[in-house]
Design a protein around this ligand. Structure first.
Ligand SMILES: [Fe+2]
Ligand SMILES: [Fe+2]
Length: 173
């Protein structure tokens, strides 16, 4: 397997994982299951943190040579939107966080509908982003090696999305 094929497979697997978390979160809101909502929002922030980080630190910058600045700025704005939505989802999940002594309340219908909307808004970037590997395949192998090395570092620091967005990302959202 070439390094580029390895990248494409890895990238796809990460998007698949995020897709499944989002679909499970929609199901949890539908089922009104507060424990599952909390667990899935945390898992979503954990999974997207290192992923967004290596995309923004290594992959998006090299894609400027393919797409130009404007489209790469759009990708960054999509990330801004996702960060805002995950932040709102975390606030929503906080409402249901199981307390030590009490069973959490079930989300009411309006909260569940809002949670589903916030989650759905994230979905298009998952499929859009996955398509970027088609362009990464055209880049020199050195660029792909650099993306994967940046991925390793991001996974090592392992900041969840909201922590990363509030600290090292340095882009006000
Ligand atoms: Fe992505
Ligand atoms: Fe992305």
């Amino acid at each position: 397997m070439t390094i580029t094929d390895y990248f494409t497979e890895t990238f796809r697997a990460e998007h698949r994982q995020v897709r499944d978390l989002l679909l499970a979160l929609i199901a949890a809101f539908r089922a009104g299951d507060p424990r599952r909502i909390s667990a899935l929002v945390s898992a979503l922030s954990a999974a997207t943190g290192p992923h967004f980080r290596y995309e923004e630190e290594a992959m998006y910058p090299v894609l400027v040579s393919v797409f130009g600045r404007e489209y790469v700025d759009k990708l960054l704005s999509d990330h801004d939107g996702t960060i805002r939505n995950v932040r709102e989802l975390a606030e929503l999940a906080e409402l249901y966080r199981p307390a030590d002594l009490y069973w959490p309340d079930e989300p009411d219908e309006a909260q569940a509908a809002w949670g589903i909307e916030l989650t759905r808004e994230i979905l298009p970037h998952v499929s859009d982003c996955d398509g970027l590997s088609l362009m990464v395949e055209t880049l020199p192998e050195d660029d792909v090696v650099h993306i994967l090395a940046t991925r390793d570092v991001a996974r090592e620091s392992n900041l969840d999305l909201l922590t990363w967005a509030g600290t090292v990302r340095g882009r006000h959202v």
